[in-house]
Write a protein that binds this ligand. Structure first.
Ligand SMILES: Nc1ncnc2c1ncn2[C@@H]1O[C@H](COP(=O)(O)OP(=O)(O)O)[C@@H](O)[C@H]1O
Ligand SMILES: [Mg+2]
Length: 1014
């Protein structure tokens, strides 16, 4: 908390020379001015002591910048009194002069904000004593305040003061002026770009008119003016009144998928608290969204369980939507070419998912987006547009150069630009404004060798060379920290540099602020490089050995902090992803040290730490199901793990699975090969790798050899939990492909035991989800399946991508058991979650389950509709075979509704060559039934017999029951009463074993109607 004392200089003189009436009016105005200045800056007037005012900042609600607010308030009062003094001087020839003292520290607050509160503590005395030492107009501040406001306020040092009640001399400072705030002023007016601005304005107008969400990507090379265009648009009256969220993507780091999201959330005026408030205000499920967003920002929440990428995307979309419903919202994402693939998905998700809100998403990207990201700028999604920024014309460039040179003259940088020099710069800069700026900053007479084209990097390097040595020392350390850094970070890295001791560092930062090399960003003491390219250039020009040392120091500091208040003392969003920061610094330290001193004795330890940090950050990404980030981090970690380390086979599996999850089968196989190479000769690694390779082959549809040899090998090492776990999964996949669902389920249960033995919670979750899904088709009784679903629904409550399949499985099982009401409720929930998370396959599965529930309820028209929708969607996703099965189910609903002709027509439209076993079985049963009524050519009995034979290839009791019951009816219609009854009784046995009560009832009543006993 900061305490401010303000008093009038020689107020007794004032009292003696003024008429009492005038004195009262004057003092009223003085008190009002004091109260206003304090309140305007978020402080509270604690009390008036005669003419003195004591105010506190941060007593009831602390802000990171309380000290700065206190200084601003004191400065504001001095300014405000100028108006009052003008009147006084005119009327009475008098002035009111104040002097103030400010101190910052701990204090005790007695009472409450409502009134009558008192602040007690040493800090109060210090502020009072400083005030009494201050001359007229002077604001004296203590050392703690100075440290907090350093970069924002011009300070002058004083000789140490001896203050009453203080044992030794006290360091104090004079606060001279508050420096311009964080907004980086553009030095020249915008040149050109009318058309591009107009495009942005039009997009925004449409967003407002249609109450919709639009995505615009501004694309152009570095320095061409993307950020400037966006700034200009935001400052434009058209965009006035919009709330703005801003995030910046970073080129370096580890595990930073959500850095820009965190950045954006913290850019709200009320930061995280405002975001959380907005989310919980409008939505019943706001709490869930708050937890998910907190996870993305790395804020501790009660939940503890990992939150998936889908959940985070949903939460951010909720926030954007909620803000965009209150009023127009503009979300700016800078340097989007560095966005992680998962962030691209998130933005797409927001663009397509936000409804009934005014939201404009603006991304700025260079055209050379790396790898898979290159597809982005080409325009993705329905509402996406691209604004291309090309070079300025020669005329515009000339204007820009002229204006910039003029401005430089005004700020006395001695710039005289001859026509010839102007021509040369215009010719040289290719219409790139940043290039032009840098060419202008080049000292006069510094003419580059002809034929050697200067590049932006070369110019930035020259700029760096011209800086005073201390400024360069500061920037080099700052660049090692990153684009965002704090004075404290630099101080930590300056321990070895006596030249940067004491105020030299602060003075240098102030110089850098004034020259706009950096600008304040967030709370006092936090800065950002104004030109990201400058940061990169500084970084690259710093010696590798020094960078290695600094990265190590930063890593050590992060490691020390871990556990004990990881976010303490860090700036806003800089607190997030501390684990990733640790990994980044260790990895960089290793790489750099390895390049300059490959034999350095510190290297092995550093490498081990870096590997560990990367791998654990990678596992964290994996648990979130951020697969692209997981792959990148785990592969980087793996490359640092020593050859022969047993960790290699675990990593191989994780990396391989993640690639497989992205459908990148070749890379999934390559990851296995890496482990084999790095742990050659280790029998367990070889075994695990063989199994994993077969798993990948099987999943990607390739043939695999018979299991015997592999099984022998696995049995030779009963304690190799990892190999066993994977081997059981392989067995499960094989059984499932063969239609033996019971065997598939029990193999997964075996795998589960091994995963538990190995303490692998991530694998355990995946296997549990898989067991659960298998209970829909396996012989496991419905009641057992429902119980398992209940357990898992609780376990996966925070992770709805896992929860949705569980809810759907339960709904199907409940419907089979005759619990139709519960089944419908569960379906509804699952649908909502799938829609929230935009789970395409989840939505299809929900349609399919809805078809079953409707059919069991006897609503065949509804069932037909659901199966039809699911089939269409699957077809659209390129899953034709599964779609065909659902079309057959849909046809069955037509028959059940009594529409034989339509059923036959639907079946005729199918391609019978590409069918799964279950589809083929139902098709045969339907042909038998249609054949029996003459609606299908061919022998119905032969079709029924073919179906019965094919049933031998599956142990799915519900499918078996369904097919047998259909054939029973077909045979009955053909007059083969006894065979029909036999088939029906077999159907009944099948349904009964599963506990499928509802189908059982149908069969029983069918049998009863035919005078048979069930
Ligand atoms: N059209 C313009 N008129 C005036 N100054 C410009 C213009 N475009 C860019 N600038 C200036 O050029 C510099 C680089 O532009 P910036 O927007 O940072 O580039 P980018 O974001 O594309 O890398 C900034 O100082 C910016 O103010
Ligand atoms: Mg930019």
């Amino acid at each position: 908390m900061s305490v401010v004392f303000i008093d009038l200089v020689s107020s007794t003189a004032l009292a003696g020379s003024l008429d009492p009436e005038a004195l009262r009016v004057t003092m009223d105005r003085y008190y009002t001015a004091c109260t206003t200045a304090v309140a305007d800056h978020g402080g509270v007037v604690e009390k008036f002591i005669g003419d003195a005012v004591m105010a506190v900042f941060g007593a009831f609600r602390s802000h990171e910048d309380d000290a700065l607010r206190a200084v601003r308030a004191a400065c504001a009062l001095v300014d405000a009194l100028e108006g009052l003094n003008a009147d006084l001087e005119r009327g009475f020839g008098l002035r009111l002069d104040v002097h103030s003292g400010i101190a910052t520290g701990e204090a005790v607050v007695v009472g409450d904000a409502g009134g009558g509160a008192r602040v007690v503590g040493d800090v109060v005395h210090t502020a009072a004593r400083l005030q009494s030492h201050a001359a007229a107009h002077e604001i004296l501040i203590d050392d703690d305040t100075a440290r907090l406001v350093g970069a924002w306020v011009r300070l002058e040092g004083l000789a140490p003061l001896s203050l009453k009640g203080k044992p030794g001399p006290v360091t104090a400072w004079r606060a001279v002026e508050v420096l311009p705030g964080p907004a980086r002023e553009d030095t020249v007016a915008l040149i050109g770009r009318e058309a591009e601005l107009e495009q942005l304005r039009r997009a925004y107008a449409r967003v407002r008119r249609d109450r919709t969400c639009a995505l615009v990507t501004v694309v152009g090379t570095a320095g061409i003016g993307k950020s400037r265009l966006l700034r200009e648009f935001l400052a434009n009256p058209a965009a006035a009144g919009a709330s703005v969220l801003r995030g910046t993507c970073r080129a370096y780091g580890a595990g930073l998928t959500y850095w820009p999201v965190a950045d954006a959330v913290w850019s709200l005026p009320g930061g995280w608290e405002e975001a959380a408030g907005v989310l919980t205000a409008d939505r019943p499920d706001g709490r869930r969204a708050v937890d998910a967003l907190a996870a993305a920002l790395d804020l501790a929440t009660g939940a503890g369980r990992p939150v998936s990428v889908a959940e985070i995307a949903w939460a951010f979309r909720c926030l954007v939507e909620a803000l965009g419903r209150r009023g127009p919202l503009i979300v700016v994402l800078e340097d989007f070419h560095w966005a992680e693939p998962t962030l691209l998905d998130l933005v797409q998700d927001v663009a397509e998912g936000v409804t009934d809100a005014e939201v404009l998403l603006l991304c700025a990207a260079r055209p050379d987006m790396p790898g898979s990201r290159s597809a982005w700028a080409g325009g993705s999604g329905h509402a996406a547009a691209v604004v291309e920024l090309g070079p300025l014309t020669d005329g515009q460039t000339r204007e820009l150069v002229r204006l910039t040179a003029e401005r430089a003259e005004v700020s006395a940088q001695s710039m005289t630009l001859t026509d010839e020099a102007l021509d040369r710069i215009v010719g040289e800069c290719d219409g790139n404004p940043l290039f032009a700026e840098l060419l202008l900053e080049r000292p006069v007479g510094d003419v580059p060798a002809p034929g050697l084209p200067a590049s932006i990097r070369v110019l930035l390097a020259a700029w760096l060379d011209r800086l005073p040595a201390t400024d360069r020392e500061v920037l080099e350390r700052a660049a090692a920290v990153g684009c965002d850094f704090t004075a404290e970070d630099v101080r930590v890295l300056a321990g070895d540099a006596p030249a940067l001791a004491g105020d030299v560092l602060d003075a240098s930062l102030r110089r850098l602020l004034r020259s706009r090399a950096v600008h304040p960003s967030g709370p006092p003491g936090a800065y950002r490089f104004s030109r990201p390219l400058a940061r990169d250039t500084v970084y690259e020009m710093t010696s590798k050995a020094r960078r290695a040392t600094w990265h190590t120091l930063l890593a050590d500091r992060l490691a020390d902090r871990a556990g004990g208040g990881r976010h303490a003392g860090t700036a806003g969003s800089a607190g997030s992803a501390a684990d990733g920061d640790l990994a980044h610094h260790l990895e960089s330290a290793c790489r750099l040290l390895g390049e300059v001193h490959p034999g350095d004795p510190r290297l092995p330890d550093l490498t081990g730490r870096a590997a560990h940090a990367l791998v654990s950050t990678g596992y964290r990404a994996l648990r979130r199901r951020d697969l692209p980030a997981a792959v990148s981090l785990l592969e980087r970690g793996r490359d640092l793990v020593a050859p022969g380390d047993p960790e290699h086979r675990v990593l191989a599996i994780r990396i391989s699975d993640a690639h497989a999850g992205l459908g990148l089968w070749d890379r999934a196989r390559a990851a296995v090969g890496e482990a084999e190479r790095r742990s050659a000769g280790d029998p367990r690694t070889r075994r695990t790798c063989t199994i994993q390779r077969q798993l990948v082959d099987l999943r990607s549809g390739l043939p695999v050899p018979p299991p015997d040899a592999l099984a022998r090998d696995v049995r030779s090492d009963p304690d190799d939990d990892l190999s066993w776990c994977r081997f059981h999964q392989l067995a499960s996949l094989r059984s499932f492909a063969d239609g033996r669902i019971g065997a598939a389920e029990s193999a997964v249960r075996d795998a589960l035991l091994r995963a538990r033995a190995a303490g692998d919670g991530y694998e355990e979750d995946r296997l549990l989800a898989s067991v659960c899904e298998l209970t829909q088709w396996s012989p496991t009784p419905v009641s057992e399946g429902i119980a398992l679903c209940g357990e898992l629904a609780a376990r996966f409550d925070t992770d709805r991508s896992l929860l949705v399949p569980v809810l759907l499985t339960r709904a199907r099982l409940q419907a089979l058991a005759g619990l139709l009401g519960e089944a419908r409720d569960g379906l509804e929930q699952a649908r909502r979650h799938a829609a929230d998370l935009q789970l395409t396959l989840g939505a299809v599965a929900a349609d399919q389950a809805a078809g079953l529930v409707a059919s069991l309820s006897g609503d065949h028209a509804d069932a037909l509709r659901h199966y039809g929708t699911a089939a269409d969607r699957l077809h659209g996703l390129g899953r034709g075979t599964t779609a065909a099965t659902l079309r057959i189910y849909a046809a069955r609903e037509l028959l059940r509704a009594g529409d034989t002709a339509s059923c036959a027509a639907a079946l005729r439209a199918l391609d019978p060559a590409r069918l799964e076993t279950r589809g083929r079985l139902v098709l045969l049963a339907l042909r038998a039934r249609l054949g029996a009524t003459g609606a299908w050519p061919g022998d119905p009995v032969a079709a029924a017999e073919e179906a019965a034979a094919l049933l031998g290839s599956t142990d799915d009791p519900v499918l078996t029951g369904d097919v047998r019951f259909e054939t029973a009816r077909a045979l009955d219609a053909c007059g083969m009463r006894d065979r029909a009854r036999l088939a029906a009784r077999e159907a009944l046995a099948s349904f009964t074993a599963k506990g499928a009560e509802l189908p059982c009832r149908d069969v029983r009543s069918w049998l009863a109607a035919r005078g048979g006993t069930p």
